[in-house]
Design a protein around this ligand. Structure first.
Ligand SMILES: [Zn+2]
Length: 269
């Protein structure tokens, strides 16, 4: 009897500009694999998520892993690893399990370095890629997930998805400083660049950043923020020719200005 095709559901991930994807997908992790695949609309603060590259004390010395690729689908995954992965990448536990197994399989297939510590625990990791897993001494359980990446999963990284946290999304330090000084909400570099290009018709330099930040603050305060009660993510037309993507989450209750699009529609009263 032929296997029934897995049911499709709408992809629920976001593009780099914060647009919700709805492409049908049958993938177990719920990602269509075509869009950027971000699990949250706007990136979180870097400091909260960066650096989970903790392997324990070591030292580590080269040692075979002793696992075949198909064993990636039989091995136990410790519940704290599932929790850790889930919260780091903002995915449900079931998705976390699928992705951890897929990472392990890819690491084994790619011949990633494997090492053992004095207790016989193994680690397999991509030193350049910044993803790795630690296995128990008997190699029957995944006991740790390590990543250098603040928001991208291995599947996204492998697919060439760029981080929104590094440039250009966060902008340079001097851009962030100017924004922080003048604006009551967080503004991504995508939104800053969109506003500067679409509304002001210019480019950002060190010389004009203060002026741009001041004008952006005035624009948001007059046309955008009063229309938004900050209870939900919205896409909002400002009546001045721009549409704005605005987001709130637990970490940014004051809101994040995610993106600016030129729509050319003016509804000047
Ligand atoms: Zn998608």
């Amino acid at each position: 009897m032929p296997m029934p095709a897995p049911p499709k559901r709408a992809c629920s991930r976001y593009s780099a500009t914060g647009t919700l994807c709805t492409t049908p997908t049958a993938r177990a992790d719920g990602w269509c694999g075509v869009c950027d695949g971000y699990t949250v609309r706007a990136p979180r603060e870097e400091t909260e998520r960066r650096q989970r590259w903790h392997w324990g004390p070591g030292p580590w010395h080269p040692a075979p892993l002793g696992l075949e690729t198909d064993e990636a689908y039989e091995i136990e995954i410790h519940p704290h690893v599932v929790r850790d992965y889930s919260s780091h990448h903002t995915v449900p536990p079931k998705t976390a399990v699928v992705q951890i197994r897929s990472l392990l399989e890819d690491l084994i297939t790619s011949g990633a370095p494997t090492e053992a510590d004095v207790r016989g625990r193994r680690r397999i990791y991509l030193p350049q890629g910044g993803y790795g897993l630690m296995l128990s001494q008997d190699r029957g359980t995944v006991v740790r997930y390590c990543t250098r990446h603040a928001e991208r999963t291995w599947a996204q990284y492998r697919g060439g998805v760029h981080s929104r946290i590094s440039t250009p999304n966060r902008g340079t330090a001097w851009q962030r400083a100017a924004l922080a000084e003048h604006l009551p909400v967080k503004v991504t570099a995508t939104a800053l660049h969109g506003y500067t290009r679409h509304v002001l018709g210019t480019k950002i330099t060190r010389g004009n950043i203060d002026d741009i930040a001041r004008r952006l603050a005035a624009h948001l305060n007059e046309y955008v923020l009063p229309k938004w009660d900050r209870t939900a993510d919205v896409t909002l037309a400002d009546g001045q020719g721009s549409t704005w993507v605005l987001a709130v989450d637990d970490r940014s209750p004051e809101g994040v200005v995610v993106a600016n699009y030129a729509t050319g529609v003016r509804t000047e009263e």
